[in-house]
Design a protein around this ligand. Structure first.
Ligand code: SF4
Length: 304
């Protein structure tokens, strides 16, 4: 285990590529079935897609231009290799031939060493994953599934429009194909008990995920959650509470699973609550400090 006491994404990328790799966030013009009417029109109750990473994305431009712009930014961070991150909305929500063409467009850049595809578990099928399996024989391919919760009642409350079984099915199709599989998990739903958090980590171990991204629940503007919060402000996790549950999660997570993210961010002009007034590095440092205080690390609970 490194000095951070968890298996962080930068370590994974350096192990894999032997150098710093910069992830370029892309908006390829997709929508999602929870917005276009196939599953619903309102979206997940917490979703304002613009708030996810507006500062780092170059929307409305063609893909090549977004990649070139992203490379310029990455070079300022001293990176010479890049991952094309199809981030906005559901990036497998099209016919397989159109998807293949799109992904190959990003891979035509010699310095793009792989693709990362963010999507919902109910927007993949075997044919799409076989196409990704084929690509994964030539380059790095990662798929990020928005799982959010392993509890169907929570998924219903947040209006995800799919069940946990959708993720289990997507995992079955995805595994064994040379694809790096990551799950987005949200921590801090009102009423979520510590036991559920530990159970979620153990479930990620059981299903054989390769990476996780943790997000604390944020209320951002122009969402259903913002309306609910305005009508009846409900308790959100405080900073210290989040540090504790993130550590509980990590202690129960297999040490081989890459922790690709430890908390959510929203730009100040989007964020309604909670206001922790902590920088991303302060949050990560506090998690590391708490693990140190506990004389603990990722996967400690699995030790005999
Ligand atoms: S979070 Fe993802 S799946 Fe949910 S509404 Fe937003 S884009 Fe769609």
């Amino acid at each position: 285990m490194n000095t951070k006491r968890f298996y962080d994404y930068n370590t994974f990328l350096r192990e894999k590529f032997g150098e710093k790799v910069y992830k370029i966030s892309l908006d390829a013009g997709f929508t999602c079935p929870n917005r276009d009417g196939s599953k619903g029109t309102m979206g997940c109750i917490y979703c304002n897609n613009e708030s996810f990473s507006p500062a780092h994305r170059f929307p409305k431009e063609d893909l090549e231009k977004q990649i070139l712009q992203g490379m310029e930014v990455g070079k300022r961070f001293k990176a010479n290799r890049f991952l094309a991150y199809f981030q906005a909305f559901s990036n497998t929500y099209a016919e397989v031939s159109a998807l293949e063409k799109l992904y190959k467009k990003a891979l035509q850049f010699p310095d793009v060493v792989g693709i990362v595809i963010g999507t919902r578990p109910d927007v993949v099928d075997l044919e799409k994953l076989q196409m990704l399996e084929h690509l994964a024989k030539q380059t790095f391919v990662s798929i990020e599934y928005g799982v959010q919760s392993i509890c169907d009642e929570t998924l219903r409350q947040i209006n995800r429009g799919h069940t946990y079984q959708s993720f289990l099915q997507a995992m079955e199709w995805s595994k064994g194909k040379g694809i790096h599989i990551c799950a987005h998990i949200m921590l801090g739903f009102p009423g979520e008990a510590k036991g559920q958090i530990v159970q979620t980590a153990k479930e990620m171990n059981r299903v054989g995920i390769d990476g996780v991204k943790l997000h604390n629940l944020l209320v951002v503007k122009d969402t259903q959650l913002a309306n609910l919060y305005k009508q009846n402000p409900f308790p959100l996790l405080g900073f210290e509470e989040y540090i504790m549950i993130a550590c509980d999660f990590l202690e129960n997570l297999s040490p081989n699973i890459v922790v690709e993210r430890l908390h959510a961010n929203a730009p100040p002009d989007y964020l309604i609550a909670p206001h922790w007034n902590k920088s991303p590095s302060q949050i990560v440092d506090s998690i590391v400090a708490e693990l140190k205080k506990r004389e603990s690390w990722q996967g400690k609970s699995q030790c005999p």
